[in-house]
Design a protein around this ligand. Sequence first.
Ligand code: MG
Ligand code: MG
Ligand code: MG
Length: 309
Amino acid sequence: MSVSVVGHSNPDTDSVAAAISYANYLKATGTDAVACMQIAADKLNPESKVVLAKFGLAAPQELTDAGGKDVALVDFSDLAQAPANIGSANVVAVVDHHKIGDLTTNGPIFFYAKPVGCTCTVLFEMYKTNKVDLPKNIAGAMVCAILSDTVNFKSPTCTDADKAAVKELLTLAGVTDQDALFMEMLKAKSSIDGVPIKDLMFRDYKDFDMKGKKVGIGQIELATLEQVAPIRADLFKALQAQKADGRHSVLFMLTDVVKEGTDLMVVSDDPAMIESAFGAKIEGQSMWVKGMMSRKKQTVPPLQKAFGC
Ligand code: MG
Ligand code: MG
Ligand code: MG
C-alpha cells in the first residue's frame, strides 16, 4: 500500500508543499507514496494555487478519510487537524515544526520535528543529509512555503536554518529574486478583486470577550494599503453594521506586510480607549500602528489590558 502524505486541515502553502516534497522523498528512497491534502484542488487558497501553477506542480490528491490507510503527516500532529478516521489509520511518519500534538501510535514510527519556521526547512535538511535529489519544481514550492510561513523572514518564528534553506532552494529552483517571489505570493493571498466585502471581513475574523464586552477583530495581510483604497468606505460600513450587532468595538487590521505595520480601522463606543491602548491617534476611520503584524501577539493583549481583563 502506498503511503498517503497529508498536511493539516485548511491547508496552507507549507502543508501542500511539504506533502509534495515528502511524498517525493519517500518515493526516491524506496517507499511508494502519494501527496494528499484534505480538500479538493479547487478549494486551495489563492497563494497555494499560484505557487503550484508557477512551478508546474499538480495539486495533491484529495484525502478526507484516512481510515485503514498508511499515512504520513506533515506540518501537524494534532488529531483535530487530521483527516477523518485517523484513529484507524496506520501512521508511519510525522515531519513537522510545531509542538508535538496528541497523536499516539501503536508501533514505532519515523518522527522528525525541529523548532524552525517551516516544515519544508525540516524536509530540506532531510534531502541534504541523505543526498536525495531534489527536483527544481519541488524546490520552488518548498522555498515558497518557507517564505509564506516566515512572512519573508519577518516572523519571530524564523530561524537561521530557514534562511539558509531559502538561499539554497532559490538556487535549486532557479529563482533569483526572493522579495519578488514573496510579493507575487502576497499579492495572490491578499487579492481582493471580486471578493464580496463580507467575505473579506470574515476571511480572518474573531470575536473576543473583554470583561463582558464583545470585541470583534478582523485582519487581512496586504502588499500595500493601496490595495484596499477602493473598498475602504464599504468595509467601514460593514464594520459599523457588525458593531451595531451587540459589540463594544470592531477593529479591522489592514496589515502592510512590507511596511511592517497595521492601519487599524476602528469602530468603537470608546475610541479614546482604543487609541490609548495602542498609543496612536485615529485619523478619519483608522490609525497607523507601527510594527503591528500579529493579532494574537500584538492586538489582543493591549486591548485586554485596556479593558481591564
Ligand atoms: Mg501550516
Ligand atoms: Mg508550517
Ligand atoms: Mg502558516
